[in-house]
Write a protein that binds this ligand. Structure first.
Ligand code: NAD
Ligand code: GLY
Length: 368
């Protein structure tokens, strides 16, 4: 097992990563919290694959365990589904001492975290991520949210978990497409902060699963994210670098309809586009652009966008929470392992680059 800590004043928490660790680590964390009631928030897919998993793990802990099962999918990451969590919490007489456990991927983690941050003005929660994406990204750092029809993750809060238990065995049932999508966020951490880590990933394959490699890679990925969050928890500046690829990624998800493309796929295409712009604007060397695009392309799915013109592109980007006037703070690469925030990048300039990108690489993003 590998462990690290996210050190935020008064809200520090541990992240444990390993194979077959849940059974020992989760009851200990629940015991540390001192609660007598745990509410597990999960979805129908996890409930079918791992019925009563958390319930069984906590069987000898002397706590009451209730399980709230939500419909599965990005299209359900909204206020309506969130209200089902609040209904459930009221029905099981949850109170300030109730501990939530988010058992699922990023959608469940984001919704359970938001419920925890608002129910009776805040209750504690633990993340038990079950996808690669949630292992390396969404379970760490305390961003919680639901989507609005006009913008991804526009309604949310910052709420750090009490503990994160990254049980690697859950990855055995994760479909290959989901694994690849999650790998994008892991590679992102190398691209923006740590060339050594990126090179380390180049020496390994994602599939077939190698748990020794995954444990090290997830550890390093969480460490990069954790250190950024410690310096800028609420994204006043530095943390925005973690949004590398997300300006186009969020646009793709919103425009195509939530759930059509996976978050990691949309972000992966967005990372490729951002690297392309970095090279075109003479920030990134050509050889690095080639290494980066060749790497990302191994994991990308072709994306097709219908009826996208400048006006829609502009509206979607400016609805993005990073938007400012007719310009956005766009994350570019200076080199492999170093990103920076290009303040007030004109959306019109990005549109010109995007059209060129789709002409040159229709196999990545095609305009129909
Ligand atoms: P997801 O939560 O939708 O999970 C993907 C799919 O895999 C779902 O169908 C799920 O039921 C299924 N699944 C989960 N675990 C499984 C397992 N072990 N075996 C088989 N199937 C399993 O998607 P995701 O990629 O985990 O997360 C994407 C979400 O995370 C997006 O909404 C994104 O906005 C959010 N996100 C948040 C942050 C953050 O900092 N809070 C960071 C990145 C992404
Ligand atoms: N995924 C971006 C962040 O956590 O800030």
């Amino acid at each position: 097992m590998n462990s690290l800590q996210v050190n935020l004043p008064g809200r520090e928490y541990d992240i444990d990563i390993g194979l077959n660790i849940l059974e020992k680590q989760l009851p200990e964390a629940v015991l540390r919290n001192g609660t007598d009631h745990v509410v597990v928030v999960t979805n129908t897919t996890l409930q079918e694959l791992y019925p009563a998993c958390i319930f069984d793990v906590l069987a000898d802990s002397g706590v009451r365990v209730s399980t709230c099962v939500l419909p599965d999918g990005e299209q359900y990451k909204n206020l309506e589904t969130l209200s089902l969590v609040f209904d459930f919490l009221m029905n099981v007489s949850a109170n300030r001492k109730t501990l939530l456990v988010a058992f699922g991927g990023g959608v469940i983690g984001d919704m359970a975290g938001f419920a925890a941050s608002t129910f009776v003005r805040g209750i504690p929660f633990i993340q038990v991520p079950t996808t690669l994406l949630s292992d390396v990204d969404s379970s760490v750092g305390g961003k919680t949210a639901v989507n609005h029809p006009l913008g991804k993750n526009t309604i949310g809060s910052f709420k750090q978990p009490e503990y994160v238990c990254i049980e690697l065995s859950f990855l055995k049932t994760l479909p290959s497409r989901e694994l690849k999508a999650g790998y994008m966020e892991l590679l992102k951490h190398g691209l923006i902060q740590d060339a050594d880590f990126f090179n380390f990933t180049q020496q390994h394959s994602l599939e077939p699963l190698d748990f020794d490699y995954l444990e090290q890679a997830i550890f390093r990925s969480c460490k990069i994210k954790g250190r950024v969050v410690e310096q800028d928890e609420t994204e006043k500046g530095l943390r925005a670098n973690l949004n590398f690829g997300h300006t186009l990624g969020h646009l793709i998800e919103t425009h195509a309809g939530y759930g059509k493309y996976l978050h990691g796929e949309a972000v992966g295409a967005g990372m490729c586009f951002a690297a392309f712009v970095s090279w075109r604007w003479k920030e990134l060397a050509q050889n690095e652009w080639e290494v980066i695009s060749n790497t990302l392309r191994q994991y990308l799915q072709p994306i097709k966008l219908e009826n996208l013109d400048f006006e829609i592109f502009n509206d979607l980007i400016l609805h993005d929470k990073k938007a400012n006037k007719q310009a956005v703070n766009f994350i570019l690469l200076k080199k492999l392992g170093e990103s920076f925030i290009q303040q007030e990048t004109a959306v019109e300039k990005l549109w010109e680059e995007f059209k060129l990108f789709t002409t040159k690489f229709p196999e990545i993003v095609e305009l129909e």
